[in-house]
Each structure stands twice: as structure tokens, then as C-alpha cells.
Design a protein around this ligand. Sequence first.
Ligand code: GLY
Length: 408
Amino acid sequence: MNKYLAGIGFLCIGAWWGGCSSRPTEEPMATVVERGLERAVHQAQLMAEKLENQEGRLPKTLKDGELETSDYSWWCSGFFPGELWYLYEATGNPALKGYAEQYTQRLEPVKDITYSHDVGFMLNCSYGNGWRLTHNEAYREVMLQGARSLATRYNEKIGLIRSWDFNRQQWQYPVIIDNMMNLEFLLWAAREGKEPRYYEMAVSHADKTIRHHFRPDGSTWHVVSYDTLTGEPHVKQTHQGYADSSAWARGQAWALYGYTMMYRDTQRKDYLHQACKVARYLMGHPRMPEDKVPYWDFDDPKIPDIPRDASAAAIMASALIDLSRLADAEFGKQCLAFAEGQLRSLTSPAYLAEAGSNGRFVLMHSTGNLPGNSEVDVPLSYADYYYVEALVRWKKLQEEENKKNIHE
Ligand code: GLY
């Protein structure tokens, strides 16, 4: 058995003994979602208490069994505050709101970061969810300043936001597929700050990424670096995947989420088309495991004896639930069914931590950067964030459906 997932056999059965019948039936999806949310609340409360008096610290992962934290400047800083906002939204629990406010505040200096494209991830998940739920004017100001900082990384001639500043001897102007995730923040700032320039930047970035990042089968390169004189790609590589030509699982998930969100916020059909293409690639992939939680890279020749990436499954599930409302009805149903399969797996004992275990994180078995031998088969704050987002999105979708049914 794969050393990374003992217990998978149990999870795949997905059995649930309902009522008095001795025959196992499938646990209702609503029960799965409530169970996942309940566990997430429990773990998040423990985490919030643990770090409450550690000024400025935010959870990152487990290293050698110990909780590893970061300050505001790590790209993942916004995920825990964002998770707390979602859990507050799902429960209305004022204690969670208090923690969400407290941990969001820790990211305030992010607004002036100009050395990284991750400002969108950091501020949109934390302040963005806070703003959405409270309309706190101070949050809006931080976000608009953050958008000004992010916009300094846009190059008019190239038409893209620069991702990284390191490795300059190899990459003139690197853009990673993950960068699609920063565009939601820019689109928000375009609307809220009445800055059409930000809208144009986001659309240009998304258009050029369609042109240069994708392969004919719908999979994506990780890093595309552009020649600063011609504005054309000069190299296509990987940084966190198995090979330049491989499909690094989380990169594919970022692409799916990014184009789904871009369609939702702009209504441009080419983005919907791209999102559906990526979804088809992922859902139909011959090396997608039965439990729908991807291996860390679809092209690692050591499959199946390699780590999974629960974070990729959580990001995918959240994006597919969103896409299920936007795509045509038939494809939308397929997306939703796939996402539900992923949520069932993630909410099983194979991935969902026992209460009080797993360093207070919610999900087990994510992979951050295997080639860098960093964060392999561990909990990660973003796996938890997108898992909770997916659960909340599923609940909202059901509420919408129920309302529709009442009115029909
Ligand atoms: N954006 C970095 C990652 O997905 O690992």
C-alpha cells in the first residue's frame, strides 16, 4: 500500500450507516458538508487560541511534527484569517468573527508590498472576505493601497504582472500560472476604486496567459518567462513540478480556479471556454485517482507511490462548484458531481484530521514543493482555506437551489 495514504481503502468505500438499515448507504452530501465545517471550526478555534498571544504570527504548516508559522510577508499569510471569515459566515459565531478580525489585522503591512505578486492572495483572502462580510471601511482602504502596490508589478509592454524577482540570470520576466489567482483582487479594486486600469491589467494578464501558458490538451506550464524586449516568451519551465513538460497538480487547479473566477467577474466567454477546457482535462485525466485527490504531479513516473496534494483537490472542488453554476447545465452537473466526490474524500478519515490532531490544521496530505524537498505530505493553510471555501460554496449553492424549487 502507498505509504502516503494508509487507510485509503476505507475512505474509498465512503460508506455511511444511516437509519436502522444494516446496508451501508451513501452519507447525504449535506451531512458531509456539516461534518467538515464542524471539524474545521474545532481545529480553527484551537489554532486561533494557540497563536493568539504570538504577535503577528500566522499558521503555515507542520515541520517535523511542530507547528510552523510565518509573519505577514509569506505568501500564505492570508489563508488562516480567510478561513476564519468563512467559518464565521457559516456559523454566525461571534468568537470566530473576533478571531477573524484579530488575525486579519496582522496582514496590514502587506498593503505596501511591491516585491511579490502574492499581494492578491494575501489581501483578498483575509481583508477581502472581511470586507465582503462587514463592509468595514478600514479594510477597503488597506485593499485599495494593496492594489496600488500590486499594480506596480504590471509591465505595459509585456501586458502581464511579474510573479517573481529571483533567478534573474535565467528568467527575464517570470509569470507563473498561480498568478491568475491575484486577478480577482485587481478586479475588485477596479470596481471599488473606480480604476478601469486595473480591469485592463487583469484582462490583459488573463488573455496572454491563455495564449502562452497552455498546451493543446488544456494542461499548463508552471513558469513562462517573457523576453523584456520583444514581450514574447523566451522560456517555459517548472519550478515546483516534476518536469518542465509535466502537469503539476496545484498549477492545474490554479488555472481552473483562475479562469472560472475571471468568467464570473467579467462574463467574457473565452474565459469560460478556458475554464471548461481545464476542467475536462482534470476530470478526465487517466491518472486522477479514484478518490479524486490528485497526486502532486500528474506526470511523476512513480505514481501511485508518491504523495497526494489535498490542497489541489480543495482548490479544484471550490472552483468546480463555482463553475457548475456558470457552465451549461449538463457540464455544470458533471462539475458539481466531481467536486462532491472530492469533498467526500477530503471529509473522510483519510484526509480530514481527527479533532485536536494534525497540529490543529484541518486537512492532511498536501504537498507544497516536492522538488525543493519542502512541505511534502503535510497540512497546509491553503488546503484548509479552499476546503472550507468549497464547503461554504456548496451550502450556498444548495440554498439557492432550494429557493428556486420553492418558487417553481
Ligand atoms: N503559489 C505557490 C504555490 O502554489 O505553491
